[in-house]
Design a protein around this ligand. Structure first.
Ligand SMILES: NC(=O)c1ccc[n+]([C@@H]2O[C@H](COP(=O)([O-])OP(=O)(O)OC[C@H]3O[C@@H](n4cnc5c(N)ncnc54)[C@H](O)[C@@H]3O)[C@@H](O)[C@H]2O)c1
Length: 370
């Protein structure tokens, strides 16, 4: 198979979708790996490092898309890339279609075979290709939130952990999944008073068992959210319904009741965000203020720490890439139920029910199309 790795063009994105070990394994198995010139530089991987293990370095993204049967990326294609995609080309990357109707329709129109990292699901119901980036974003959410609480950023000017004789900040985390758990661990380690909220009581029971004493678990419903958010200095929003748009948990009316100088890190912004006043931002201008509350809404948080994130991501994506390359699309999707859950679109049809419902598209179960 000819596999193409373009440069990531979304602003401030430094990750790359493959590392030399992946290139080496694929080329040894007889596949051709095309990499756009300079694609690894943000992670500290030179073109020579890729070439030494068999990659072909290609000058332009246009050539990558023209020659490759399968495009492996990190983030979803940007509008400048839509016209480069070809019919039946396999696209394997984060897609987050629930937050992007235009992308959904462009991929359908072009009959691209779109596999989304974030909907690949293992037998235990875990999201193996989202998890490592959620670990990164969860841990980062507290360091970024701490900066938002500093005075120059528009925050109230407090330290998360307080100091001797001065109280710590209150951190409220909406969603106790991978992002939320990692955020809670870091916030607790800094000495903040943490509340972590989820609708899933089994998950809350687990968190109650493993979290330190300064982390309280709370059932997530309108009443508790309202009370907790009003009292919070920092809110981390990380609730997810698989494949769907993020649940709306902080309406504009609740935002108005938050304390001036408090902050929201809406990690779920890639699925549309949990806060009504959230809109996507970039690492260059990560935060803005509404009603005296600092909002941090970067859609590609792990892109800022590519030296960690690229390796964490490719550790988990590469086994799926090998399978796709070695067995071909249809056979690997037939054999691997986890990867099959990653199939969102094929041949102009939508195979992910929540997306079909959200955009009123006709739904086709993947099994019917393979
Ligand atoms: N911005 C970024 O750079 C970035 C990076 C990684 C992940 N994310 C996003 O972060 C979000 C969370 O990812 P995750 O891996 O932690 O998902 P996850 O599935 O592990 O956890 C989501 C949790 O939300 C809970 N939940 C659902 N509805 C809720 C509600 N109404 N109130 C409280 N909790 C609720 C679920 O029960 C689950 O425990 C996703 O949208 C993901 O795409 C963003």
């Amino acid at each position: 198979m000819i596999i193409g790795i373009p440069n990531e063009i979304i602003k401030d994105e430094n990750r790359v979708a493959i590392v030399p070990v992946g290139v080496e394994e694929l080329t040894l198995a007889g596949h051709i790996v095309l990499i756009e010139k300079g694609a690894g530089l943000g992670t500290g991987i030179s073109d020579a490092a890729f070439q030494n293990v068999g990659a072909v370095i290609v000058e332009t993204a246009g050539e990558i898309y023209r020659r490759a049967e399968c495009i492996i990326k990190v983030k979803e294609p940007q509008s400048a890339e839509y016209d480069l995609l070809k019919e039946n080309q396999i696209l394997f990357c984060y897609l987050h279609l629930a937050a992007n109707e235009r992308l959904t329709r462009e991929l359908l129109k072009r009959k691209v075979t779109a596999l989304a990292y974030e909907t690949v699901q293992d037998e235990q119901g875990g999201l193996p290709l989202l998890t490592p980036m959620s670990e990164v974003a969860g841990r980062m959410s507290i360091q970024e939130g701490a900066k938002c609480l500093e005075k120059p950023a528009g925050g109230k000017g407090i330290l998360l952990g307080g100091v001797t004789g001065v109280k710590s900040a209150t951190v409220v985390i909406l969603g106790g999944g991978i992002v939320g758990t990692n955020a809670a661990k870091v916030a607790a380690g800094l000495g903040a008073n943490v509340a972590i909220m989820d609708t899933n009581h089994t998950r809350l029971r687990y968190l109650e068992d493993v979290m330190p004493k300064n982390v309280m678990t709370l059932a997530s419903h309108r009443h508790n959210i309202r009370d907790a958010v009003r009292e919070a200095d920092l809110v981390v929003a990380a609730a997810l319904h698989r494949g769907e748009r993020a649940p709306s948990l902080i309406p504009a009316s609740l935002l108005k009741q938050m304390k001036p100088g408090s902050a929201i890190v809406d990690v779920a912004i890639d699925q549309g965000g949990c806060c009504e006043t959230s809109r996507p931002t970039t690492h260059s201008q990560p935060a803005y203020i509404v009603d005296e509350v600092v909002h941090y809404c970067v859609t590609n948080m792990p892109g800022a720490v590519a030296g960690t994130s690229t390796y964490a991501l490719t550790n988990v994506t590469l086994p799926y890439v090998y399978k796709l390359a070695n067995k071909g699309l249809r056979e690997s999707l037939r054999q691997d139920t986890s990867l099959r859950k990653g199939l969102n679109l094929i041949n102009g049809r939508c195979t992910l029910k929540p997306i079909a419902e959200q955009y009123q598209l006709s739904y086709a179960p993947p099994e019917d199309l393979l």
